[in-house]
Design a protein around this ligand. Structure first.
Ligand code: THU
Length: 145
């Protein structure tokens, strides 16, 4: 299979946004009350849901995007396996992933991964992991033996 990412059709994007909306309902957010959902599609068509999971020790919160990726990795997937990611929250415009998630999306999804960002009002935008975090720190930046 080619390494190139196929551009998402608007139908695919809408399907993935709908999946992210379902994922959002599972959020564990007793502190912020701000539910976020993510849907991560693999190249073989599997869709992993992610939601934000908060903690009384606030800094331990895991965002929806990272939950989706970590689920997929724990299920045996690896960088190169992913086709697209959608994220939704109750934001004024399309949701903006946090910096930590941008770093994880970049490494695990790859810079060309299509990312769809949406909100509850049906607004959405299409971007890529590389556009969300230009110049990300990556494996090449680590010293080699
Ligand atoms: N959050 C996400 O899960 N993803 C985002 O893209 C933005 C922020 C979560 C973290 C926290 O549980 C809540 O939203 C408020 O910051």
């Amino acid at each position: 299979m080619s390494d190139a990412h196929v551009p998402l059709t608007s139908e695919n994007a809408q399907t993935l946004l709908d999946e992210a909306l379902v994922a959002r309902t599972k959020a564990y957010v007793p502190y912020s009350r701000f539910q976020v959902g993510a849907a991560l599609q693999t190249r073989d068509g599997t869709i992993y849901h992610g939601c934000n999971v908060e903690n009384a020790s606030f800094g331990l919160t895991n965002c929806a995007e990272r939950t989706a990726f970590f689920r997929a990795i724990a299920d045996g997937h690896r960088p190169g396996d992913f086709a697209a990611l959608a994220v939704v929250g109750d934001t004024r415009g399309p949701i903006a992933p946090c910096g930590a998630c941008r770093q994880v999306i970049s490494e695990l999804g790859g810079v060309d991964l299509p990312v769809i960002l949406g909100n509850l009002g049906g607004e959405f935008m299409a971007t890529t992991a590389g556009e969300l975090l230009p110049g990300a720190f990556d494996q090449q930046d680590l010293p080699r033996d």
